[in-house]
Design a protein around this ligand. Structure first.
Ligand code: ARG
Length: 462
């Protein structure tokens, strides 16, 4: 049964019905569609657009259907066009012809936009919860490793020693921005489009503001054409998810690197790794690899939703029905990836000695020697050239900076003082970088406390 059959002289070709139906994709929208319909029915009653008895029957019927959806006992028809027609048909089974009055002063165009917005608001919470889980895991792990050093990298070449906690807090920052972005999106998503009708509004005395209040939404649409044709809120949410997934992918990539034999900075719990069907020795971080891989789907979803909107004339076009694919894809990837990553982080066991050893090879504290000369009045460029020569000659003899004697240093430059010998140690290099936002353990402890407070505040805001 279609909602518009009487207009046509022939029934719909089943191939067209199947091709155009959105029922499968709409199933996740069902609870939100019902919330929207209930709010609409209550408004129709308040505004006396429907008589109280009819409105009450509609509300009671919709409440029953909402329970069926919740308990997964709703008898989904397989030939319905979308969730809206399926629910209306079910309402008719329950309350008879009165069901037909529900669609007064409403179109599926504003109806579906409302359901999508309500879905997206919950999805924002879902991703935010997952990012909170991930941040909590990162902070818990970081707390254990403030004084643990590992090489910080640039160009994937060992650069300078940093605290492992400092490195993990860098990831916390990225997820913090993701959460802020999602929070800001909430205000733009939480706008009710109900009352826009098909595109032009309605001649009935509706009250869109009271519907928004009923649903706990912040605002109502200002322009009916825009209200049914815009999916910026989907694009924005999808982008937030994709960026969070990209951030997750970068951390996942580091888990893959750190647990490789080449790095050997960490091991993953056996219960979190998978083996090989042929190579008995293998322990693979497949979950991390799939987090990395699925971020590609998030990126694809951003492209899909923007491309979908790009050539669309105002107002509603059926193309918009495809918005769900991108919305769900990005949502699932971001939420599931963040939870998985939290689990992986909690199951990572770091090898402090291996990380420390990696800091000792590769002249990671060469900058300290240059800074030493700078403090003795040598211009940085000259100091850099002197230390470059030291590193070149030491590396030819496979010697470390820490093996240098004061006499040797003075042969390179007379301004080297005795404290230089201490300054090239990894611990000293770490502790000395106490500038704001730096890796010195004193700064990292402060940063940890601040990040934790921010995380708690965000959790409290909602
Ligand atoms: N299934 C449609 C969608 O998801 C509902 C709106 C249909 N509107 C229309 N004018 N055909 O967008």
């Amino acid at each position: 049964m279609t909602l518009w059959g009487s207009r046509m002289s022939a029934p719909l070709d089943p191939r067209v019905r199947e091709f155009t139906a959105s029922l499968e994709a709409d199933k996740r929208l069902a609870p939100y569609d019902l919330k929207g319909s209930l709010a609409h029915a209550r408004m129709l009653k308040r505004q006396r657009i429907l008589d109280a008895a009819t409105a009450d029957r509609i509300v009671a019927g919709l409440e029953e259907i909402a329970r069926e959806i919740e308990q997964a006992s709703f008898p989904w028809p397989d030939d319905a066009e979308d969730v809206h027609s399926a629910v209306e048909a079910r309402l008719r089974e329950k309350i008879g012809d009165a069901a037909g009055a529900l669609h007064t002063a409403r179109s599926r165009n504003d109806q579906v936009a409302l359901a999508l917005r309500l879905f997206t608001l919950d999805a924002i919470d879902g991703v935010d919860d997952a990012l909170d889980d991930l941040q909590t895991a990162l902070l818990d792990v970081a707390r254990e490793h403030v004084d643990a050093v590992l090489p910080g990298y640039t160009h994937l070449q060992r650069a300078q020693p940093i605290s492992l906690a400092h490195h993990l807090l860098a990831h916390v920052e990225a997820f913090d921005r993701d959460r802020a972005r999602l929070g800001e999106a909430r205000a733009r998503v939480g706008v009710s489009p109900l009352g826009a009708g098909a595109l032009a509004g309605t001649s009935h005395p509706i009250d869109p503001r009271s519907v928004a209040d009923d649903l706990g939404l912040l605002g109502t649409f200002r322009n009916s054409v825009d209200a049914v044709s815009e999916r910026d809120f989907v694009a924005e949410f999808v982008f937030c998810c994709a960026l969070a997934a990209v951030h997750a992918s970068r951390l996942a990539e580091e888990i893959v690197l750190w647990t490789s034999s080449e790095f050997a900075f960490a091991q993953l719990d056996d219960r979190l790794t998978t083996g090989s069907s042929i190579m008995p020795q293998k322990k693979n971080a497949d979950a991390a690899e799939l987090i990395r891989a699925r971020s590609a789907r998030g990126i694809g979803a951003v492209t899909a939703i923007l491309a979908l909107l790009k050539g669309l004339p105002l107002a509603y076009d059926r193309d918009l029905q495809e918005d769900r694919a991108a919305l769900y894809e990005a949502f699932d990837v971001a939420r599931d990836g963040a939870h998985m990553l939290a689990t992986l982080m909690r199951g990572l066991h770091f090898d402090h000695a291996a990380m420390r050893r990696a800091c000792e090879r590769g002249y990671l504290t060469a900058t300290e020697l240059a800074d030493h000369l700078v403090r003795a009045g040598v211009p940085f460029r000259d100091a850099h050239a002197v230390v470059g020569r030291i590193v070149r000659e030491l590396s030819e003899r496979d010697r470390s900076l820490e093996s240098l004697t004061l006499e040797e240093l003075r042969r390179y430059h007379p301004r080297f003082g005795a404290s230089a010998l201490e300054e090239v140690t990894v611990e000293h290099a770490l502790a000395s970088r106490s500038s704001p936002g730096g890796t010195a353990p004193v700064r990292v402890r402060e940063a940890l406390a601040a990040a934790d407070a921010r995380r708690r505040a965000r959790a409290g805001e909602r």
